[in-house]
Design a protein around this ligand. Structure first.
Ligand code: PHE
Length: 457
């Protein structure tokens, strides 16, 4: 079976694809989530395992996902149905597309709540709330936000509206073009903040925390979280990258483009850690504080540095933008599916899906206040949602993608699409996608479900 022409046009170049995919990849996952789960898992060993997973598992799966998207040239569900039929005569692999729709909606429901925190903090920084503040003051500010369902609801609503308005009008491209300028700016600002971190007197301590490999700090749960984070951060395992791959020009190299996206994404995460931990230690904060870490740390830095109000406001604003472009990747698979199958207008479909996600978001909001004591499996509802999506659903769809690309799809199809040549690079990819990635992801999913320990007993 040969290659297909794209149904709805394609990216003007591979650079356009790289920008769109980086827009989806760089978001709250890099700047909010990466440092706080690194902190929860004791630093260096977690970072090392994370980097290993990005390289050996997430990257090959990402290549597979782009490859399936480009070969299918349709939205993830239809692409997977078509390829499944082509390769097996049956349509059952479309389940991968369905899982993506579900996972994207669940993730966005809490992602939007944190996006809301970011808007709140951008405005607070502008109004000078954090000028000259100290650790106790910042803690109070954050506690007040977490305790107020109304304030969180307001900003969650605003964030969802931003997402829905862009997607309903189908003007994502506009936002992605803006990102061409905003992303480098975010990068520069991160470097400025790293510069500030160097002046705290705790820079080396921060670096050591991030890069000293101390295996005793790492638990089995930590390994699980590192895998989940690699998928979450690169936006793989839920169809977003597959959808973007559908528009990738024929002559663009899949290996090269995905490698650039992964490199940028990982650099942003690492820089965030390098700037954040020195500030954490300089102010006597606990790196293992949890989801509030970013919001407890940055305001301190902005409160102390010169022109901190401007830098701070700009930083949080850019973070809102980064989160916004990621949220589009999260909602798009569900919207595309509804449009194509119920013949709904794009705007109607977006409002319906957006409404459902907004409602689901209430669970996360309340888990920080009124439902604080509801803790199934010893975790808050918010943490459960994150655990279930990042550590179970994403690796599980990743597993299915790897099995499909490595075992179900015939060798000829993947060689033709990947164009890695017949040499070592293709063999390396094939080895990773057939053996290393599926086995690792299966182990991780089993452990997440608490089954691995049972088997080992
Ligand atoms: N990768 C995004 C982030 O790190 C989150 C995301 C996941 C976006 C999946 C789209 C799809 O913030």
């Amino acid at each position: 079976m040969g290659r297909r022409e794209p149904l709805h046009g394609q990216w003007s170049s591979r650079i356009a694809f790289i920008f769109a995919a980086t827009g989806a990849a760089v978001g709250l996952g890099n700047i909010w989530k990466f440092p706080y789960i690194t902190g929860l898992n004791g630093g260096g060993a977690f970072v090392a395992v994370y980097l290993l997973f990005v390289l050996a598992i997430a990257l090959p799966v990402m290549m597979a996902e782009v490859m399936l998207g480009r070969r299918g040239r349709r939205n993830p569900i239809n692409a997977m149905r078509l390829l499944s039929e082509e390769e097996t005569g049956k349509t059952r692999w479309q389940i991968v597309g369905w899982l993506g729709v579900l996972t994207g909606m669940l993730i966005l429901s809490y992602y939007s709540v944190i996006g809301g925190w970011t808007i709140d903090y951008a405005l607070r920084t502008v109004s000078g709330t954090f000028a000259q503040t100290n650790a106790a003051g910042v803690r109070e500010q954050f506690a007040a936000l977490a305790a107020s369902p109304w304030r969180m609801l307001l900003w969650h609503t605003v964030f969802m509206l931003l997402t829905v308005l862009v997607v309903a009008r189908g003007v994502e491209q506009g936002l992605e073009k803006a990102l061409k300028y905003l992303m480098p700016l975010l990068f520069v600002l991160l470097l400025v903040m790293v510069g500030y971190a160097m002046t705290t007197g705790h820079f080396m301590q921060g670096l050591r925390y991030m890069f000293d490999f101390n295996i005793s700090e790492l638990s089995a749960d930590g390994i699980l979280m590192a895998m989940g984070q690699a998928f979450f951060s690169l936006s793989i395992g839920m169809g977003a990258i597959m959808a973007y791959g559908a528009y990738l020009p024929e002559d663009a190299s899949i290996g090269g483009t995905t490698l650039s996206v992964a490199l940028m994404d990982t650099t942003v995460a690492l820089l965030t850690g390098i700037m954040l931990f020195p500030i954490v230690f300089a102010n006597g904060l606990d790196p293992a504080h949890g989801p509030g870490l970013l919001f407890l740390t940055l305001p301190l830095a902005f409160g102390q540095m010169t022109a901190g109000t401007i830098f701070g406001a700009l930083f949080f604003l850019l973070l809102v933008f980064a989160a916004w472009t990621s949220s589009i990747g999260l909602i798009e698979p569900a919207v595309a599916r509804l449009v194509e199958h119920r013949q709904l207008r794009r705007s109607h479909a977006t409002w319906i899906i957006g409404g459902i996600i907004w409602l689901l978001g209430l669970i996360s909001i309340f888990s920080f206040n009124v439902l604080r004591d509801v803790r199934p499996f010893g975790r808050s509802l918010f943490a459960n949602l994150d655990f279930f999506t990042s550590n179970i659903l994403l690796p599980f769809s990743g597993f299915m993608i790897a099995v499909f690309a490595g075992w179900v799809m015939c060798r000829g199809s993947s060689t033709e699409e990947l164009e890695l040549g017949a040499g070592n690079r293709y063999s390396a990819w094939r080895l990773l996608i057939r053996f290393v990635a599926p086995v690792a992801m299966l182990l991780v999913s089993l452990h997440a479900l608490g089954l691995l320990e049972k088997f080992l007993k």
